[in-house]
Write a protein that binds this ligand. Structure first.
Ligand code: TXA
Ligand code: MG
Length: 321
């Protein structure tokens, strides 16, 4: 690991991190969903390094993180009224809006598409960094999840270091903002049609979107938009993930706390609620990998809300790499 690791980030160190972003370095940032790997969203070379470090195909679009709602006007045009309601109600927060792009959003951010994905994250360090970056003229921070392509997203700074540390340079930074509070990636909402469409489920649920906008919410519509997170085999640990089966002896086991561990199985997590489940899931899968387990049996949470996002990620994980 050659990059610098920053914990207890002060305003001074955030200003320093912003300066390094401006100079073209990468900065891994904590957010409330998962950790992101950030670059100046206007710097083509810096953005190209994100793809190198992730090992991700370069035609996949990136989310641009912005300091506040006002910055939408910089990156997007023709913003529908319902998107403004969503931004007011849920930003800063675990929600990404896909909007028609402005001239500022170049092909190297949007993957050549006519839309741009925007998010104001709800984490004091991420927001602090975005504000410092804005002070020195930065328009936004492009940041995919800070994992290698196809792996599970990191929810701690240590997991970021384990995933991509070896690919970072001595000028790059990893900011440590503690474990992510939500634990699964943001809800992505396509706002380019008459009705909002969920492209990726997350902590902002269909019910919440309906409440905010008064509109029907479209779900499970096959999208013409390329969403790498929607690749069938995304979000995979090394171990085989087996859904809704009891673990055999020697296998990993994840289920809510009320379900007892089968004899001989290795308990990786016992979440007490659906929120807790989302928060601990990726770390539990990583723990299974670090123990070299071949199989992890997972009993999926039932119900609506955040459980939909958890089942979405688990189903992809179970399809393997
Ligand atoms: O919670 C999150 O969203 C995290 C944190 C770091 O913000 N970020 C994240 O980024 O999950 P990433 O790149 O791993 O996943 C973002 C997804 C990708 O599947 C990408 O294809 C999709 O957003 N995306 C980006 N721009 C898009 C666009 N213009 N239209 C449709 N999908 C887009
Ligand atoms: Mg990702």
């Amino acid at each position: 690991m050659t990059s610098q690791f920053l914990s207890n980030c002060s305003t001074d160190s955030l200003a320093q991190a912003a300066a390094q972003l401006q100079a073209g370095s990468l900065v891994a940032i904590p957010t409330e969903t998962v950790y992101g790997l950030g670059a100046d969203a206007c710097n083509e070379k810096a953005v190209a390094r994100i793809y190198e470090v992730k090992g991700r195909p370069s035609d996949h679009p990136l989310i641009v993180h912005i300091a506040d709602m006002q910055d939408v006007a910089t990156w997007a045009s023709d913003v529908p009224t319902y998107a403004i309601s969503l931004a007011r109600d849920f930003w800063p927060g675990p929600m990404t809006l896909v909007l028609p792009r402005s001239d500022v959003a170049k092909d190297f951010i949007t993957g050549g598409q006519a839309t741009v994905a925007l998010r104001v994250p709800a984490h004091s360090l991420a927001l602090g960094l975005l504000k410092e970056f804005k002070k020195i003229g930065g328009l936004g921070i492009a940041a995919p999840s800070a994992n290698r392509f196809g792996h599970i997203s990191p929810t701690t700074a240590i997991a970021v270091q384990e995933e991509i540390g070896e690919y970072l340079s001595s000028q790059d930074l990893i900011l440590d903002g503690g474990p992510a509070l939500v634990g699964v990636e943001s809800t992505i909402i396509d706002c380019t049609h008459d009705l909002p469409r969920i492209l990726r489920p997350g902590a902002i649920t269909a019910e919440m979107i309906h409440e905010s906008t008064g509109l029907e919410v479209e779900e499970n519509i096959p999208s013409e938009i390329r969403v790498s997170g929607s690749l069938e085999n995304h979000y995979s640990p090394k171990a085989h993930v087996i859904l809704d089966a009891m673990a055999e002896p020697g296998e990993g086991f994840i289920a809510v706390a009320t379900i007892t561990t089968p004899a001989g199985a290795i308990r990786l997590a016992s979440p007490k609620s659906v929120e807790d489940y989302a928060r601990v899931l990726y770390e539990a899968l990583r723990l299974g990998d670090s123990q070299g387990l071949e199989k992890i049996a997972v009993i999926q949470p039932s119900g609506d809300g955040l459980a939909v996002a958890i089942r979405d990620r688990l189903q992809r994980a179970s399809r393997g790499r």
